[in-house]
Structures are given as structure tokens and as C-alpha cells.
Design a protein around this ligand. Structure first.
Ligand SMILES: [Zn+2]
Length: 351
């Protein structure tokens, strides 16, 4: 079965390797989680390609910022990103995505409208949604939002797990609530309204709970979290509570389930692996709570540690088989694998 995925970090991975125009690192077979040949073979129709800026090298790593507690851990926030740094980094990754498209021989396309998306699906062209993860490259005045729109950005996550001028993300904390700080700033609220006006999907992944509710009350589009797991299974700050999941369903929105081992299967200490069945548990939990029409894949390939049993994008067919064996009907499988993502994009984009 074909599938559409809510999140990957291949652009960040290639850019961090040193050459931000190295399209071959995606178009040819590589050794990470995701590349074009393995994705095609697995049935990857397309997905959200994140433009995500890593912390500058001067910032201590997450391993260096972690505090262990008796029953868990907390990774302190890195300092906010400087605008110039984030902006240049975003432009580099967008150039890479454009280079992948132009070097693909017509087999990969950045989709900016529902018409584009339908054309890609009909013609078996891999469809890429240009997603900005963390709004740091956007000026608080929003004066450059339209230039990102013109470059093809059709999805925007307000925060990563850090603070910015628009809102506050959730830290990596276990156990922990997503209610970790103040809500959206005035600039953040304006950003939500501006994205609604332009038809840019607003992604609530990694946003703290007050920010989530601020965005939920303002947005006129379906609520979406592109890559998150269920707090009802693993009480980590990054995961969504049942109340948040129900709010997403009420707007006909979608939650993409992340494959990150510590979000799926967290323990009192960070771990390196989790069973592939932990992905099934989160999808099943969310489907039982709010319906299979509101849950999808949000793998985070090349952005996180994923279950070794899944391995890489080639593991999707096996994962899909496990969902079938778990009892999902053929129509629920179509919803989870791609129809839910296509629906929210269709309802959100204005062209
Ligand atoms: Zn993320």
C-alpha cells in the first residue's frame, strides 16, 4: 500500500553533512533512513519535508544539557536561534529541496496546491510539502512570510522544542506535562491568522499546551500535529494529551504518529531503541480515542532514533502489515496511510 508521511528531516541531515546542494544524497541510494530509491520502492507517495534549523555548533548538545531526576529527565532549552542564522539555514534547505526537484527528471515535485498534489498522485511523482519546523526564519512583523509562501512553504510549525518570538516549545522531559510555559505571543497569534489567510497549514507539534490552545481557538483550519505520540501511553511533555487529541478530531484534523523511540516508548532514562509494535500501540490508541480518520504517519525519518526493527523507509510495508494484523479495516488503512493527510491539505490550502 502507498503512504504519505507527515515529517522527515532529510534536508537538515544533508545540509548538516556540509553540502546544502547535494541532491544526490537524496536521489541516490544512501545509508540514512530516507532516500528516493528506497522511498519509491516502499510506496512513499510523498510527505512533509521539514526545513529545520539545528542549534549552532557552539550550543551544548542535548546530552550535555540533560538533568537526570529520580524518576526521569529534563533537557534544558537551547538558547533561541538568531534570526539571521535561522533565515540563512532555511534558505539553504529550500535551495536543496529545489535542487532535488530539478535534478529528479520530473519524478519529484514541490507541491503548492491541491492541483499539484493531485497531478503528482495521478502520475506517480513523489510529492513534497515544504514545511518550516520552527518559525525563527520568519520576522516577528511577518513581513517576509509571503516570500516563504512564494518559495513554496505550505506548512509551518510554530515552534520546535525551544522558545522563539512566536511561542514556546515543549522541552524533552519525562515524565512531564505539555503545559510547560506561556502561550503564544501577540506575534504568534498574528502568525496563526496570517497562515489561515494564506492557506498555510499550521503544525502544532512541539508547541506547549497553552500555545496549542491559543492556536486552537484562533485557527479556522483543521488542527494538525504532524509528528507526535500519545501522552496517554507515554507521559512525556512532547506528547499530546487525550484532551488535545479530541480537540484535533473536533476540527477534522490529523495527528501524525512520530516514530521517535523516546516519544513512543519513553522510560526514566533516554533509550536507543523501541519495538516496532510501539508505533502500532500509539496509532491504535489514537484511532480508538478519536477515530482512524484522525491518525496518520509522521515518521521523523532522519530526524530521530527510530525502532531498529523498522530500520528505515523500507520498513513501512512491514509496519503497514502489522497495522492490518492489528485489525484495521481496508478503509481505515487507506485513511491512515494517506487519505487523512490529503484531506487536511485539501481543506487547508486555498488553491
Ligand atoms: Zn520535530
Amino acid at each position: 500500500m502507498k503512504f504519505f508521511d507527515g515529517h522527515n528531516d532529510i534536508l537538515n541531515k544533508i545540509t548538516n553533512a556540509g553540502d546544502h546542494l547535494d541532491s544526490r544524497a537524496f536521489l541516490e541510494r544512501g545509508d540514512g533512513h530516507l532516500d528516493f530509491p528506497r522511498a519509491c520502492h516502499a510506496g512513499f507517495m510523498g510527505g512533509f519535508f521539514a526545513v529545520y534549523t539545528s542549534n549552532p555548533p557552539s550550543v551544548p548538545t542535548a546530552e550535555e544539557r540533560i538533568t537526570l531526576t529520580d524518576n526521569g529527565y529534563l533537557v534544558s532549552f537551547p538558547p533561541p536561534l538568531e534570526y539571521e542564522y535561522a533565515h540563512q539555514s532555511a534558505l539553504d534547505m529550500i535551495s536543496l529541496l529545489e535542487k532535488i526537484e530539478s535534478d529528479s527528471g520530473g519524478n519529484f515535485k514541490i507541491v503548492t496546491s491541491n492541483q499539484d498534489l493531485e497531478y503528482c498522485l495521478e502520475n506517480e511523482i513523489m510529492a513534497a510539502v515544504l514545511h518550516l519546523e520552527g518559525a525563527e526564519p520568519i520576522l516577528p512583523s511577518l513581513e517576509n512570510l509571503s516570500s516563504f509562501y512564494e518559495k513554496g512553504m505550505r506548512s509551518l510549525g510554530i515552534t520546535w522544542s525551544r522558545q522563539n518570538k512566536f511561542g514556546s516549545g515543549v522541552p524533552f522531559q519525562y515524565p512531564g506535562s505539555p503545559d510547560t510555559g506561556p502561550g503564544l505571543t501577540e506575534e504568534g497569534k498574528n502568525l496563526v491568522k496570517a497562515c489561515n489567510d494564506l492557506g498555510i497549514l499550521i503544525d502544532l507539534a512541539h508547541l506547549n499546551e497553552k500555545g496549542f490552545w491559543d492556536a486552537a481557538s484562533l485557527s479556522t483550519a483543521p488542527l494538525v500535529s504532524t509528528h507526535t505520540a500519545a501522552h496517554g501511553i507515554i507521559p512525556k511533555s512532547r506528547n499530546l494529551t487525550d484532551t488535545q487529541l479530541k480537540a484535533i478530531a473536533e476540527t477534522n484534523g490529523v495527528v501524525g504518529v512520530i516514530f521517535s523511540v523516546n516519544d513512543l516508548d519513553g522510560e526514566s532514562r533516554p533509550k536507543k531503541d523501541a519495538p516496532i509494535l510501539s508505533i502500532i500501540h500509539h496509532i491504535r490508541y489514537i484511532a480508538d480515542l478519536i477515530g482512524p480518520e484522525h491518525v496518520a504517519f509522521g515518521s521523523d525519518l532522519d530526524g530521530t532514533l527510530i525502532p531498529s526493527e523498522l530500520g528505515d523507509v523500507s520498513g513501512f510495508p512491514g509496519l503497514i502489515q502489522l497495522l492490518i494484523e492489528d485489525g484495521f479495516s481496508p478503509s481505515a488503512m487507506e485513511q491512515i496511510c494517506y487519505k487523512n493527510w490529503l484531506r487536511v491539505l485539501k481543506e487547508t490550502w486555498i488553491s
